[in-house]
Design a protein around this ligand. Sequence first.
Ligand code: GCW
Length: 659
Amino acid sequence: MNTYDPAWLPDEAWHALRGRRALVLADGGPIADTLGGELHEGSDPDLVLALRHHADTSDAARAAVRRAPADLGPEGYAVTTHGHTTVVLAESEHGLLYGLFDLLRADPPADGGIRLERPHTALRKLDHWDNLSVHPRMGQVERGYAGGSLFWDDGRARNTPEELRRLHDYGRLLASCGINAITVNNVNVHEDAAHLLTDRLDDVVTIADALRPWGIRVHLSVSYAAPVLLGGLPTADPLAPDVRAWWQRTTEAVYEAIDDFGGYTVKADSEGQPGPHSYGRDHAQGANLLAAALAPHGGVVHWRAFVYDHRQDWRDRSTDRARAAYDEFTPLDEQFDANVILQVKHGPIDFQPREPVSPLLAAMPRTRLAIEVQATQEYTGQQQHVCYLAPMWSEVLGFRPYGEDDARTIADLGASGGFAAVANTGNSPFWCGHPLAQANLYAYGRLAWNPALDPDTVLAEWTHLTHPGAPDLVRTTVRSALEGSWRTYEKYTAPLGVGFMVRPHHHYGPDVDGYEYTPWGTYHHADRDGVGVDRTTVTGTGYSGQYPEPWSDLYDSPGTCPDELLLFFHHVPYTHRLHSGRTVIQHIYDTHAEGCAEAEEARRRWQRIAHLLPGERHRETASRYEEQVRCAREWRDQINAYFHRKSGIPDERGAERRE
Ligand code: GCW
């Protein structure tokens, strides 16, 4: 815990800024202190960070006010240049903070120029699935691949000076890419974590205090059964007056301790977690109870839409997990209070390497929505494999659910409730286990700030910041390692959007039939004739009918369904010809060979820069490449052998591949 990587903020990244003579014109408070601490103040300043209402004290800041729009918004900022002076102008300290980090990424505009930035959404949250102590099956962080928790150690909040320093550095990393909210515990709330809401609140205060200087608000995952578990009430029924009063009192106490507390994140009636269904109430009644307690304090409830039957009969082909969230929540549109945010996973199943966009996102026009992505690589190589996820997120965020003629994107539909990502961080020396997985954390923050950013540009930014002064070959190798890595991963794992061929429980490595005869609702239906799940409106589960036109029609027919999603929507013969011209079976053989070869090539390239990138960063990545290549081969061989045996159709290029 003593030494850890600076990630994308090494000292060299700050040199140019810290060498300047700065003037900070702010109101004071924790963020203003942060700004002062990051910069060297000096007379005759050439860098001015000014709140608009203090701009009068500086000529350059006054000039910036004349040039900037009348209102930059609560977190927005303008960067301007006047002769030799750079000015960051904002309405709030938060804006100044983001403006400061902007200057790390990009040069100031030319003299007389201006650069304006405003976040796309006000809520840019990271959800930590951290348990307070080590959980026998899950380790400390559920689906965590980066060591233990940054917040919790053996049941208590970390609070030694070194641990608090690391938390401070974590806050800086998060703020520097635009993240402004954090849920500090697992959405599966185990008994000890339930107490954070009441008698263990001081632990949450410790974390909130450490992150406040970086403009980050703390949220808490709470158990829906808290009134019973903690309050000694006989029920947690949302309509019971004493339950209501309990939440109100409890929430008041939270705000007395943490006046900028963000709110509650709730997984209810999902995978065994308690919820309103036990009392015959629906999700809106459940969520509104908490919303009412939070509303007077300005807090929000993030109510997760990840609700499905995890005890279904695999023989029953009419029940479809992909349909579940839509069926459950769309009748409730209009019924949620204004401070309820429905947090929806970006795909209908569960963070597979390829899924269609969740149709629920386009079907709740009167509900605030947050889009949940998974930075932790549960299904994308568990931070042993390189898998840069920004291109996938960017596809999702830019998707136009109502068709190309309607400008609204998924990112627009999520603007009122914001974004959430399951964190990929822990106390590993590289924060994310794999040094290259840091790019996912960075990219999540940047896309949450501006979903229209090009993932390659974000990658270039991250590479540049992380490797200041490195030879070109290092930067190009790092970029090429990450750039196409998601598609490479997709190629050697489950084909054509079919999903779930992973080993049960831990979800790493291949097990084609691992979930096929289980109650979890994640099947591929491969038989001797074909593969894929029939989700069409005519012969299937009807899932494709949950989309607005034109998508509903397009997905419904194998002739128009995009290749990469074919097996998500259709059960087709192995000889079915894709738009690419290949048959499904040959596509499986080819992509698995290609994906594996790409992983091997990436490993070779990485080896070539060993002498240019000395130290742990190179070694750690190199050893993870060994595992990636081993595992990619295992995927290739198992998938290809499985489908060969099922279909009896040989690989056309089998002979040349064996040589
Ligand atoms: O993907 C599944 C994970 C669970 C997780 C759940 C969820 C926190 O396998 O570990 O539980 O999703 O999103 O709630």
